[in-house]
Write a protein that binds this ligand. Structure first.
Ligand code: SAM
Length: 215
């Protein structure tokens, strides 16, 4: 789908809105400024693409609100070359942002049809994360450790597997709470035994399913 001047203009306005809402990491804003969010939307819903809102992508799931994507990406402090595990591929938009930031991305999706759709679609846009299908609440032990882990679904508690699969010095960004509201947490692994927890504002995510999520 074409990235017209109109779309580029709408995207610039969205990025400014994110800045006004407090996102400060210009690398994150610039990455999001490069990705045509409208290509993730069907024609009938194109006018929603540059609003700061989550939007249904089918199978009861959503493409996250741009502010949420920016907030989580900022918390991750992504460095080029970072090996990042994303739980909840969904539309693939967040994975594109991480790829734009120069990360080596491993992304896992629970919902089979979404996994298939996004695995085919993202490479057409030029983004090539490593795609996995399955229960990401257990992480992907075969490719651990990761410099950073991001969870894009709301968890009832912090899955121990995700902490185990973090490198020392790495961090996990995860929303934790009940089925309506979750607090954004950043857990930094200072040493094998020391985890530093920071608590940020409240968000509302679809549930993290699976063994270490909601059953
Ligand atoms: N990162 C996505 C994006 O950019 O569009 C947002 C995804 S949506 C808010 C959350 C996703 O997490 C859904 O696609 C859902 O199917 C997925 N999910 C839920 N539980 C999961 C699990 N245990 N493992 C992997 N994916 C999971």
């Amino acid at each position: 789908m074409e990235d017209s001047y109109k779309h580029q203009g709408m995207r610039r306005k969205l990025i400014q809105k994110l800045r006004d809402k407090g996102i400060q990491d210009e690398r994150v804003l610039s990455a999001m400024g490069k990705i045509p969010r409208h290509v993730f939307f069907e024609n009938a819903f194109l006018e929603h693409a540059y609003q700061d809102k989550a939007f249904p992508i089918g199978h009861g799931q959503t493409i996250s609100q741009p502010y949420t994507v920016a907030f989580q990406s900022e918390l991750l402090k992504v460095k080029p070359g970072d090996k990042i595990l994303e739980i909840g591929t969904g539309s693939g938009y967040q994975a594109c942002v991480l790829c734009e930031l120069g990360a080596k991305v491993y992304t896992i999706e629970y919902q089979k049809d979404l996994y298939e759709r996004t695995r085919r679609f993202l490479p057409q846009m030029g983004y090539k994360p490593h795609f996995f299908s399955g229960d990401g609440s257990k992480g992907i032990p075969a490719h651990a450790p990761y410099d950073k882990v991001i969870v894009t679904a709301g968890a009832p508690s912090v899955p121990s597997a995700l902490i185990e699969q973090l490198s020392v010095g790495g961090c996990l960004v995860i929303p934790v709470g009940d089925n309506t509201t979750q607090q954004m947490l950043r857990l930094t692994k200072d040493s094998e035994k020391k985890i530093v927890k920071e608590v940020f504002s409240n968000f509302s995510f679809v549930p993290l399913k699976g063994e270490q999520g909601w059953q």
